[in-house]
Design a protein around this ligand. Sequence first.
Ligand code: SF4
Length: 449
Amino acid sequence: MCGVIGIYSKDKRDISNIMYYGLYALQHRGQESTGIAVNNNGYIDYYKDLGLVHEVFDKERLNRLRGNIGIGHVRYGTSGDDSTINAEPLVVGYKQGALALAYDGSLVNFLELRDKMEDAGVIFQSSIDTEVIANLIARYHKDDIEQAIIKAVKDIKGSYALVTMTNDRLIGVRDPYGIKPLCIGKLGNDYILSSETCAFDTIGAEFIRDVEPGEMVVIIDGEIKSVRTKKAEDKSICLFEIIYFARPDSKLDGKSIYLLRREAGRSLAKECPVEGDIVISAPDSGTVAAIGYAEESGIPYDEGLIKNRYVGRTFIQPTQELREQGVKIKLNVLKENIEGKRVIIVDDSIVRGTTMKRIVEMLKNAGAKEVHVRISAPPVTYPCHLGIDTPRRKNLIAAENTTEAIKKMIGADSLCFLSLEGLLEAAGGKDIYCTGCFSGDYPVEKDNK
Ligand code: SF4
């Protein structure tokens, strides 16, 4: 999972400062590296490094990046290690000029494509999918960059939201299933492409529409045009975006993430009722569903866990040891609200189970009489090969264990998951989501990656 953004300023203003704040709004989508590339009168300049947006860029560095077209990226890697070489945007020079690419997604035929290219003598510097795409575009680019991208897209399989910049245009491409989000906004005369609409709100831009599955949008000479790259397939938006990844103040394919999560919480209360004194959330990911659960059940919602907001998501920490340390650093119990109470804690998922086990333990240590765990999504039983770093199947607690067994492992008094039907109904559509990690039914099957 990554966050991408692209800006085209028709009025020719420098866009790196706007880009910075847009990337800041997308920081939740990736914390490993940050990068910005700008078009400076036909010359592509860029800076990227490991770290959060504010760690990589200061005022001076931003001011050095001058140009009216730009793309930016925050990375949480699912392919390749987290070295600087894998940071994006990827900027390449080739016979026809220069190209910068920022990519969110995962190619299921990455190894096959890369093997073929290496056999043909192509040398790769990084281990990211993006470099394969860049090579395809460069190979196909004879006279027309748009045709080259269309040809490249025909060769790739998987999920993608791709933002590309040439010396005169900004281009956004979304995969034919719409697995990855990409939307279009406008700030005055300037066009903006972003993974999520929350970036538009942050920079004062107005949401125009989502890029359609299988659509390429090209912004050139200040105007936007739409080109189809592939036939749109049945829409399969990543359901994990809805329940976990996207910010609640974003809209995805026209739907408010906040309202969908609250509805999932309400459905959870109907499917998994339990007597309790207080509903709390595992902050922040479970908060909206917990509010919905409280509304539907009539049991008051209050704070029970206080989060240190300066620690990244535990799910995203790279090792088990760091993940476990992360939980301790990240959360503390508000004893005043918990002691002697029957606590219902709502979260949006249990992936490995380590975080929830620690939370239940903390609540019990703080004097909770009972701890009932409610999850506003079904058990995660299959891994994802489409760009979300859920662990291998053997590390998914629900793949190997029954709900009763998980309840015992995490030390809860009861545990209940929202059904897939219940979640899809709350999310407003049975046929528009990828449900792979809950059902094993993927829009694009795994190849060799
Ligand atoms: S398998 Fe799961 S995480 Fe992966 S794209 Fe589908 S819904 Fe999203």
